[in-house]
Design a protein around this ligand. Structure first.
Ligand code: GDP
Length: 444
């Protein structure tokens, strides 16, 4: 699985952080050191790791705890955000000319990187976007390269242009573009020859093509499993030929993730697509934010953290914490908490964002029925201020009045009062266990 080992390591580090609740600066520093080790072991470029750790450290150490987040969560959030930045922050598309013109894409890469396969995968993607691609067999050296392109082109329903192996690639490219313009193709994808290593002949051949035909995008295909080698190859191609974007193949088998995390930072060139398998449909657009979530194994927890940050009012949270500690919690507070949850999209939505939670709580909708929440709200709103702050005055006749007011059965009012008392008892024990999850500034 992609990034398994890096992901496992980071998740363990974060699990330790989270379980602590209250963190000292030394805790944070120790965890970040572990993050650094994990990245180096994942074969992330040393220079990139250094820059990354500097950025994270500056933000994480001495940072105030934000609304509703404990320091552990804060560190995770910072690591995530810096990881997204490292990979380019934004999704980049292949830059295509308008459909009325021909866009020429030159695919480059070492032998075995997955160039021919990726070329056909991209043709399929562009076809589904309404383009009419032409695949061009410019790899005249590797035995069976032409045939492989032909087979893949057929599978994708995309025409393949070939002149056998006796013509120079630059001449094949020229002829292909002419063929494309006569036959209404608006994307020409040149499958150039790779070598086992970067060598001068290969580079010269690519330069010759670039000098003689208008190449709109030079795209480099690299094998993610080769880690830092992939990054070095990208650097060399960029210096000699100039690349517009990278396609990272075999990410499905890359447990470390070093190439994915380094390429953008080292070359400044975006990753456009990632290869996730041998099938022609196994090509995905590259989203830095989703990739970071994948690496951190966090699912939508990050969205959840974001929500908590946006939606919880710090002063209110602190006041609530004070009330909880003193067990002064009344029905008004209960109501306010419920409204907070509603504002954040309801309990079932929130719980669903926690990885594994959805599966664990199959009957989640029954357990946290948002409609039931509205009935509870109606009951509380039917109470007098005195009843809300001091529920012990709730005798049967008051309960009957509340039930009538809220349009529910009296047994529901009884259940609510009972649940509330139980909850209050639990909350009295809770502040000690919470370790400062709500509000207050800590960790210093
Ligand atoms: P080329 O020499 O660069 O043209 O490489 P090929 O396109 O012939 O691919 C080399 C091998 O890698 C083939 O067996 C492909 O099926 C395989 N391959 C290509 N892309 C991927 C990918 O994203 N994931 C996996 N698992 N295999 C891939």
């Amino acid at each position: 699985m992609a990034f398994e080992s890096l992901s496992d390591k980071l998740q363990n580090i974060f699990k330790n952080l989270r379980s602590k609740g209250r963190l000292t600066e030394a805790d944070v520093k120790a965890s970040l050191k572990e993050v650094k080790m994990a990245l180096l072991e994942a074969d992330v470029s040393f220079k990139v790791v250094k820059q990354f750790m500097k950025a994270v450290q500056e933000r994480a150490v001495g940072q105030d705890v934000l609304n509703g987040l404990n320091p552990g969560q804060m560190v995770i959030k910072i690591v995530n955000e810096e990881m997204v930045n490292l990979m380019g922050a934004e999704t980049t598309e292949i830059a295509l000319q308008p459909a009325s013109e021909i866009t020429v894409l030159m695919m480059m890469g070492l032998q075995g990187a997955g160039k021919t396969t990726t070329t056909a995968k991209i043709a399929g993607k562009l076809k589904s976007k309404g383009r009419k691609p032409l695949l061009v067999a410019c790899d005249i050296y590797r035995p069976a390269a032409i045939q492989q392109l032909q087979i893949n082109g057929d599978k994708q329903g995309v025409e393949v242009f070939s002149m056998g192996d006796k013509n120079k690639p630059v001449n094949i490219a020229k002829a292909a573009i002419e063929h494309a313009s006569k036959n209404g193709h608006n994307v020409v994808i040149l499958d150039t020859a790779g070598r086992l290593h970067v060598d001068e002949d290969m580079m010269n051949e690519l330069i010759e093509i670039k000098e003689n035909v208008t190449v709109n995008q030079s795209l480099l295909v690299v094998d993610a499993m080769t880690g830092q080698d992939a990054v070095n190859v990208a650097t060399m191609f960029d210096e000699k030929i100039g690349i517009d974007g990278v396609i990272l193949t075999k990410l499905d088998g890359d447990t470390r993730g070093g190439a994915a995390l380094s390429i953008r930072a080292v070359t400044g060139k975006p990753i456009l697509y990632i290869g996730m398998g041998e099938k022609l449909s196994d090509l995905e657009q590259f989203y830095p934010d989703r990739m970071a979530s994948r690496i951190l194994g966090m699912g939508d927890v990050l969205t959840l953290i974001e929500k908590v940050q946006n939606d919880i009012d710090e002063d209110k949270a602190r006041e609530m914490e004070r009330k909880l500690r003193k067990a002064e919690f009344g029905f008004d507070d209960y109501l306010e908490q419920m409204q907070q949850i509603k504002k954040m999209g309801g309990l079932s939505d929130l719980l669903g964002m926690i990885p594994g939670m959805g599966a664990q709580m199959k009957n989640i909708d029954e357990v946290v029925d948002d409609k039931a929440m509205s009935r509870v709200e109606a009951m509380i709103l039917s109470m007098t201020p005195q009843e809300r702050t001091n529920p012990s005055v709730l005798n049967p006749s008051r309960k009957k009045r509340i039930a009538d007011g809220a349009g529910v059965n009296i047994s529901e009012v009884n259940r609510l009062v009972k649940q509330f008392e139980q909850g209050k008892k639990m909350m009295k024990q809770l502040p000690g266990m919470m370790g400062g999850k709500m509000g207050g500034k800590r960790g210093k």
